[in-house]
Design a protein around this ligand. Structure first.
Ligand code: 5CA
Length: 193
């Protein structure tokens, strides 16, 4: 059987997407590996992550700088999601984990893409093997994968802001406005006349 590299190239051609995959002497299995091999920011690496719901598999194209917030992704998908097992990924896409490309799969999956990827001029995704990547403009990535751009990344800032609010909420403040019609209470002094 042709290598993942050749199969991805052929699949991209069938889809009419022009790609120029590059093979690297070093591993590009993880986003950090890929960024080091390509010489780009880790955020520019497209992680093609397959998730399983109780009824189907879906794809989340995620910036290498981000982790998926599975609650948020689940809301978008409309079902609970969890990372798919390696056998399911291979069966659905035709590619192994670490080399799974963002499109050109055996069975096209419903796909969402991390909005953070759209901020870059060029992003890099796996080209079918754990030692290859190809560059693509985010708009082309969205078109080729039929992805819906969305915000499903875990946000450190969001977590920090949540913590900050909890830590800094005013406590013990009477939020009821004073009743201005109430006559001033008389102050009496013990022991007075
Ligand atoms: N070639 C790189 C950069 S393009 C790449 O494919 N990165 S990746 O993020 O899309 O693929 C690696 C990811 O596969 C890991 O982030 C992890 O989420 C997932 N993964 C690794 N091992 C397993 C496993 N046993 N089961 C399910 N998912 C796994």
């Amino acid at each position: 059987m042709a290598s993942g590299f050749e199969r991805f190239r052929a699949a991209a051609e069938v889809l009419g997407v022009q790609v120029e995959p590059v093979r690297y002497p070093a591993d590009t299995r993880t986003a950090a590996d890929a960024a080091a091999a390509v010489g780009c920011e880790v955020g520019q690496i497209v992680k093609s992550l397959v998730f399983a719901t109780p009824t189907r598999l879906v794809l989340a194209l995620t910036s290498g700088a981000n982790q998926v917030d599975t609650d948020r992704l689940g809301e978008l998908v409309g079902e609970e999601v969890s990372l798919a097992d390696p056998e399911s990924v291979r069966a659905a896409t035709g590619f192994a984990i670490g080399g799974t490309p963002p499109f050109g799969h055996l069975n096209p999956l419903a796909t969402w893409t991390d909005e953070d990827l759209l901020a870059y001029e060029t992003v890099w995704a796996a080209a079918g093997t754990p030692d290859s990547c190809f560059p693509i403009a985010p708009a082309q990535l969205v078109a080729a994968s039929g992805a819906t751009p969305a915000d499903f990344a875990q946000r450190r800032e969001r977590e920090h802001m949540g913590r900050w609010l909890v830590d800094n909420m005013p406590r013990g403040i009477d939020l009821e406005p004073p009743d201005r019609n109430e006559p001033d209470r008389e102050v009496s002094f013990l022991g007075g006349d």
